[in-house]
Design a protein around this ligand. Structure first.
Ligand SMILES: Nc1nc2c(ncn2[C@@H]2O[C@H](COP(=O)(O)OP(=O)(O)OP(=O)(O)O)[C@@H](O)[C@H]2O)c(=O)[nH]1
Ligand SMILES: [Mg+2]
Length: 526
C-alpha cells in the first residue's frame, strides 16, 4: 500500500448520548493507541476520555466540540473524528463531515433511530459517503435486532447488511456472531471496560453456543441467523461505497463487546480518500501539488500555549513541514512551519502528511474556516456549509476595564465559528455586542470559555430578534428611507463582515414584511 492507499479518515456521528465518545475511546483502545480507556459517565469525576478534553465537556459529560485522533493500525493510518451530537453544536459536526471519507453512525439500540441521527444521516447522504452502523448498548434491553435493521431501511432508506448479529439481549447479551467468517464471539466483561475484553470464538455448530446462551436467547439467535441467511441479499462493496448499503455491527461500547469486529470490518470495507472537487473538476489525490482546506479552528487547546490551531484536511499532493503555500485570498505566500499531528488535546510535530490526513497548523492569525491552502493557486475548495443563526443575545461585559481581553476572547470564538456578531443600524455601539448562533448552548459555551480562558465574566441580555435575513445593498438603501414602514421592531443592520441584513422579531413580522416588500429577496445566508 502506498501512503494514500493506507489512509482512512472517518467521523463518528449520532444523536446525543448514543455512545460516540465511548466508541471512539474503545476504537483507540483496540487500535493500540490507548492502554487504558477512560470512562464517560453522566457525572464523570473519573478519568476523562481522550476525546472530550475541554473543561466544559468533562464537567457536563457531553461533547461540545469535535476532536481529531490519529493513530496507526495494522499498517493503516487512521484519522478518527469524534463529533458532538447535540443539535446546538451541529455546525461543527457538519463541517467535520466535509473533512472525512466515511462515517460510523452510532445507534442506541434501546431507542432506534433518533431525530439528530436522521439529520446527520441526510448530510452524509448528500455527500455520498459510505456509512457504517454500530448498534450500541446491546447490554441494555434493546429493540428487536430485526426491527432495528428494518428501521434503517424504512426510516433512512438504507439497505442494511448485518456483518454481525447479537447473541442475547440486555443482561443476557453475551457476544456477537460474525456472519461473514461464520464465527461466534463471546466476550467477558472487564471492570469499567478499561481493558480489552477476553474473547472466545466458536463455529455455529459448536455446542458452546448453546451452553453460553440461555434457552430463549439461543432459540432467538438460531432462528434469526437462519432468517438472515435466507433473506440475505449478497454484499455489494459498490453499494457500500455509494452510501446505499450500510454494513451493520452490534455491540456494547462501554463493555468492549464487538469493537474489534467493528474496527476490522470498517477497515476492510472502507476506501482511501477520493479526489475533491475544485471549480467543477476533481483534483487527483496524487497530484504533484499539495492542497487542503481548513474545516475547523480551535483556540486555547493547550492552556499553556495560548494559540490557535487550524485543522486542515489534506486533499492532494504531499504536505511537508515548512512548505510554502498561497495565503488564501491574496497573491502572497506563507510558510507552514508549525504542523502537528493531533490526538485529542495532545499534539506532536509532523513532518509530512498525505491526502486523508488532518494536520493542525498553529501560529497563523489570519486563517479562516473554509480557506484553501495550496501550492497551486488554481485549486479552490468550497466545502464548508453555512447555517443561519437561529437565536440571538446581547453579551454584556460588566467590567469596562477588561474590554481588551473581552474583545480578544470574543474575536477568537467568532473565528472558530461558535457565534457570529451582528450590528443593528443606528443602535449605539455599547459594550454589549449582538450575537447570533445556531443553538443557545453556543452562548453558554461562549460565556464559559470567556471566563475560563480569558477571565471575563459576562451576562446574557435578551434581545427581541428571532430571525435574520441577508439582503442586497440596493434593497437596504431603499428600506432605510424614512418613509419605508418595515414593521414594528423590524431593524436593519449588518453581519460581522459588513454584509447588509434585516432582523425580525417574529415569523409573523417576517411574513408581513414579505407581503409589503414583495421584490425584496430575503436570503438565509450571505
Ligand atoms: N449501558 C451502556 N451504556 C453506554 C454504552 N456506551 C456508552 N454508554 C453510556 O452512554 C452515555 C453517553 O456516552 P457518550 O459516549 O458520552 O455519548 P456521545 O454519543 O459521545 O454523547 P454526545 O457527544 O454528548 O452526543 C455514557 O454514560 C456512557 O457510559 C453501552 O454500550 N452500554
Ligand atoms: Mg461525545
Amino acid at each position: 500500500m502506498n501512503e494514500i492507499e493506507r489512509r482512512r479518515t472517518f467521523a463518528i456521528i449520532s444523536h446525543p448520548d448514543a455512545g460516540k465518545t465511548t466508541l471512539t475511546e474503545k476504537l483507540l483502545l483496540y487500535g493500540g493507541a490507548l492502554h487504558l480507556a477512560g470512562t464517560v459517565t453522566a457525572r464523570k469525576q473519573q478519568r476523562a476520555t481522550a476525546s472530550d478534553w475541554m473543561e466544559l465537556e468533562k464537567k457536563r459529560g457531553i461533547s461540545i466540540s469535535s476532536t481529531v485522533l490519529q493513530f496507526d493500525y495494522q499498517g493503516y493510518k487512521i484519522n478518527l473524528l469524534d463529533t458532538p451530537g447535540h443539535k446546538d453544536f451541529s455546525e461543527d459536526t457538519y463541517r467535520v463531515l466535509t473533512a472525512v471519507d466515511a462515517a460510523i453512525m452510532v445507534i442506541d439500540a434501546g431507542k432506534g433511530i433518533e431525530a439528530q441521527t436522521l439529520k446527520l444521516f441526510e448530510v452524509c447522504r448528500r455527500r455520498h459517503i459510505p456509512i457504517f452502523t454500530f448498534m450500541n448498548k446491546m447490554d441494555r434491553p434493546s429493540m428487536e435486532p430485526l426491527e432495528l435493521i428494518d428501521q434503517l431501511e424504512k426510516v433512512l432508506g438504507l439497505k442494511p447488511y448485518p456483518v454481525n448479529w447479537p447473541m442475547g439481549n440486555g443482561i443476557d447479551f453475551k457476544g456477537v456472531y460474525d456472519r461473514v467468517n461464520k464465527k461466534a464471539h463471546f466476550f467477558e466483561r472487564t471492570p469499567g471496560g478499561a481493558y480489552i475484553a477476553p474473547v472466545e470464538t466458536a463455529g455455529i455448530d459448536d455446542p458452546m453456543i448453546k451452553e453460553k446462551l440461555d434457552a430463549r436467547s439461543y432459540a432467538n439467535f438460531m432462528e434469526e441467523a437462519e432468517m438472515l441467511d435466507m433473506a440475505g441479499t449478497g454484499y455489494s462493496q459498490e453499494e457500500v461505497l455509494k452510501g446505499e448499503t450500510t454494513p451493520v455491527f452490534f455491540g456494547s461500547a462501554v463493555n468492549n463487546f464487538g469493537i474489534q469486529l467493528m474496527l476490522d470490518g470498517f477497515i476492510s470495507r472502507s476506501v482511501p480518500p477520493a479526489p475533491r472537487m475544485s471549480k467543477g473538476q476533481p483534483v487527483p489525490t496524487d497530484s504533484p501539488f499539495f492542497s487542503g482546506f481548513i474545516f475547523k479552528i480551535q483556540g486555547n487547546m493547550n492552556p499553556r500555549h495560548r494559540d490557535k490551531v487550524a485543522f486542515i484536511r489534506v486533499c492532494s499532493g504531499k504536505f511537508t513541514r515548512d512548505m510554502t503555500v498561497n495565503m488564501p485570498g491574496t497573491d502572497k505566500k506563507i510558510r507552514l512551519s508549525n504542523s502537528n499531528k493531533l490526538f485529542g488535546q495532545e499534539r506532536e510535530t509532523v513532518d509530512e502528511a498525505y491526502p486523508g490526513d488532518i494536520v493542525g497548523i498553529t501560529g497563523h492569525q489570519d486563517f479562516h474556516i473554509g480557506d484553501t491552502l495550496t501550492e497551486n493557486p488554481d485549486i479552490e475548495y468550497h466545502e464548508i456549509p453555512r447555517f443561519p443563526p437561529e437565536c440571538f443575545t446581547y453579551l454584556y461585559n460588566p467590567s469596562p476595564s477588561k474590554f481588551k481581553p473581552f474583545r480578544d476572547g470574543l474575536n477568537q470564538l467568532i473565528l472558530e465559528g461558535i457565534v457570529q456578531q451582528f450590528t443593528i443600524d443606528k443602535e449605539s455601539q455599547t459594550s454589549s455586542p449582538l450575537l447570533g448562533a445556531v443553538g443557545p448552548l453556543q452562548f453558554e459555551v461562549t460565556q464559559y470559555r470567556l471566563e475560563s480562558e480569558y477571565g471575563i465574566e459576562t451576562k446574557l441580555e435578551s434581545c427581541p430578534i428571532e430571525f435574520v435575513r441577508w439582503i442586497s445593498e440596493e434593497d437596504k438603501e431603499k428600506l432605510a428611507a424614512p418613509d419605508a414602514h418595515l414593521g414594528s421592531n423590524v431593524k436593519l443592520g449588518a453581519d460581522g463582515a459588513g454584509h447588509p441584513v434585516i432582523f425580525f422579531p417574529s415569523k409573523w413580522a417576517m411574513r408581513y414584511f414579505s407581503e409589503n416588500f414583495k421584490d425584496v429577496e430575503l436570503r438565509e445566508l450571505p
